[in-house]
Design a protein around this ligand. Structure first.
Ligand code: NAX
Length: 328
């Protein structure tokens, strides 16, 4: 039998995790033959609620769930973990400035980065879902000098999946027939879903649709503002779809992307496509043997260039803010 993989999850008593933990325990992340240990981190006031979630995990009697560890001390909970899904974050309160949000989250992701640095397994992969995800990943990465930067990613897969779904309903094509979608930049309203390299049933999506007004005025804003539309309809932010995208990203990072396709991952830039080195920005990526690479050599037209640059400028601003705050 296989040795259990240790998966840390933060914000474990929250909405996203109420779906995420059960998907991990059922084998959707690591495969149906891989036992898993869950290492669940919460803040002290939420430990009671987390106890209830663990009771439900017990009651599901998942054959693959080997052990569950809980606590409010990252130094203990992150001990020996191979995978870290950082979901818990400080939400933006009423009247809160973006700087306050970055500072409060720096107070979470700085210490968590350090705890991972000091206690995680050597092969740890870290994925940040908690917002502002890209900059939270940047902060954690900069507080973990012994972990390679390439092991810190942020989630834009939900945006990627939303873009696939919009394109699917626009063209009446199943999402399985749609390849090479790209989200560029920040997981925020400035993100840029790019279909100029996307293939629908083997044909170029932009040529097939041939409607720049639809792209600019419908597709892009619908994808970028989907989170707000879900809140409007459900009264709560997206949770199960965010959990599913978190699984998709980490599963593909570990198991690889399918031949002839790529996925969107926010990764530390190596300078590709003019994105300043070190910013955690979304790119088209392929994964082989557990290592991702940014897809190279794509032609970027003027329409795309402006939008990528605008989103990257926002990331650079966020980096400058957290630098001034001494968080990185
Ligand atoms: P919830 O508020 O339901 O849960 C968050 C949980 O995190 C709470 O239980 C809280 O106690 C815990 N927490 C707070 N600080 C913590 C800390 N220092 N250590 C451990 N746990 C801590 O939020 P939920 O709906 O689950 O969303 C979680 C995060 O995901 C939010 O930041 C949200 O904005 C973000 N999202 C990111 C998405 C993405 O695509 N990247 C989409 C969905 C979601 O909006």
């Amino acid at each position: 039998t296989k040795t259990p993989v240790k998966v840390a999850v933060t914000g474990a008593a929250g909405q996203i995790c109420y779906s995420l933990l059960f998907r991990i325990a059922s084998g959707d992340l690591l495969g149906k033959d891989q036992p898993v240990d869950l290492h669940l981190l919460e803040i002290t006031p939420a430990l009671k609620a987390l106890e209830g979630v663990v009771m439900e995990l017990d009651d599901a009697a998942f054959p693959l769930l080997n052990n569950v560890v809980t606590g409010d001390d990252a130094n203990k909970v992150f001990d020996g973990v191979n995978v870290a899904l950082l979901v818990g974050a400080k939400p933006r309160g009423k009247g809160m400035e973006r700087g306050d949000l970055l500072r409060d989250n720096g107070g979470i992701f700085g210490p968590q980065g350090k705890a991972l640095n000091d206690h995680a397994a050597d092969d740890v992969r870290v994925l940040v879902t908690g917002n502002p995800a890209n900059t939270n990943a940047l902060i954690a990465m900069n507080n973990a000098p012994d972990i390679p930067n390439s092991r810190f990613n942020a989630l834009t897969r939900l945006d990627h999946n939303r873009a696939l779904s919009q394109l699917s309903s626009k063209t009446g094509t199943p999402t399985t027939e749609i390849k090479k979608m790209t989200i560029w930049g920040n997981h925020s309203a400035t993100q840029y879903p790019d279909i100029f390299h996307t293939e629908i049933g083997g044909k170029n999506a932009a040529d097939l649709i041939d409607d720049e007004a639809w792209l600019a005025d419908t597709f892009i804003p619908t994808v970028a503002k989907r989170g707000a539309a879900i809140i409007e309809a459900r009264g709560l932010s997206s949770a199960a779809s965010a959990a599913s995208a978190t699984i998709d990203h980490m599963r593909d990072w570990i198991a690889g992307t399918p031949e002839g396709d790529w996925v969107s991952m926010a990764v530390p830039s190596d300078g590709s496509y003019g994105v300043p080195e070190g910013l955690v920005s979304s790119f088209p990526c392929v994964v082989k043997n557990g290592e991702y690479e940014i897809v190279q050599g794509l032609e970027i037209n003027e329409f795309s260039r402006q939008r990528i640059d605008a989103s990257v400028a926002e990331l650079a601003e966020e980096r400058d803010t957290v630098q001034k705050l001494g968080l990185i």
